[in-house]
Structure formats: C-alpha cells, structure tokens
Design a protein. Structure first.
Length: 127
C-alpha cells in the first residue's frame, strides 16, 4: 500500500514536473518570439530614424554650403570694391595758433615740459 502510494506520488510529481516544464517552455518560446518581434521593430525604427537624420544632415550641409558660397561672394565683392577705391589718411596736420605771444610762450613751455617728461619715462621704462 505504501509502495503504491509512493509510486502514485512519483507519477503525480513527474506529471506536475512535465506540465510545469512544458508551460515554462511555452512561456520561454513566447518570450523569444516577442523579443524577435521587438528587435525587428527597433531595427526598423532605427533605420527610419537614420534615414530622417541623414536627410536632416544633408539639408543642414546644403544650407551651410549656400551660406559659405554667399559669404565668399560677398568677400570677393568687398575685396574688389576696396581695391578700386583707395582710402588714405593725412600724414600730418598743420595748426595755426591765434593768440598772444605770452600764451604761445606758455604753451611751448608746457609742450617742452611734457616732451621732456615723456623722454624721461621712456628712458626709465627702457631699463
């Protein structure tokens, strides 16, 4: 009787184990199938995004090329215009003083003092 119950328990355990194994195996198979589907979806999405990104990059490059071309043309135009027109500054200026002789002497004295001060400072800093 004990042996029969033991054998019956073994059979029940084996059946439960096989049932559990088969349900686990079917769950694993379903998960693997879902994983493959997700991988395909992700690959398709990545491909789509790469195409969109490539289009955006090409558009940006095209815009930059147009801007560069425009800037080069503007620079060439500026260079042509600046070559054709010469701009020069006067090399010296002449001033005439309209005041009394005393004022002129005072201004010259101040000028000479400032020039001497500049000379001394240049001499001092050149050491």
């Amino acid at each position: 009787l004990v042996k029969a119950k033991l054998a019956e328990a073994e059979i029940a355990a084996r059946n439960a184990s096989q049932s559990s194994t088969s349900s686990t195996q079917s769950a694993v198979t379903a998960l693997e199938k879902r994983l493959l589907e997700l991988q395909k979806e992700h690959e398709a999405k990545i491909t789509e995004l790469n195409k969109a990104n490539k289009v955006a990059v090409m558009k940006s490059e095209d815009d930059l090329r147009k801007q560069l071309s425009s800037a080069k043309k503007e620079l060439e135009r500026f260079n042509r215009e600046s070559k054709s027109s010469k701009r020069t500054l006067a090399e010296s200026f002449t001033y005439s003083f309209k005041g009394s002789d005393a004022e002129l002497k005072l201004i010259r004295k101040e000028r000479d003092a400032l020039q001497e001060k500049v000379r001394r400072m240049e001499e001092e800093y050149s050491k």
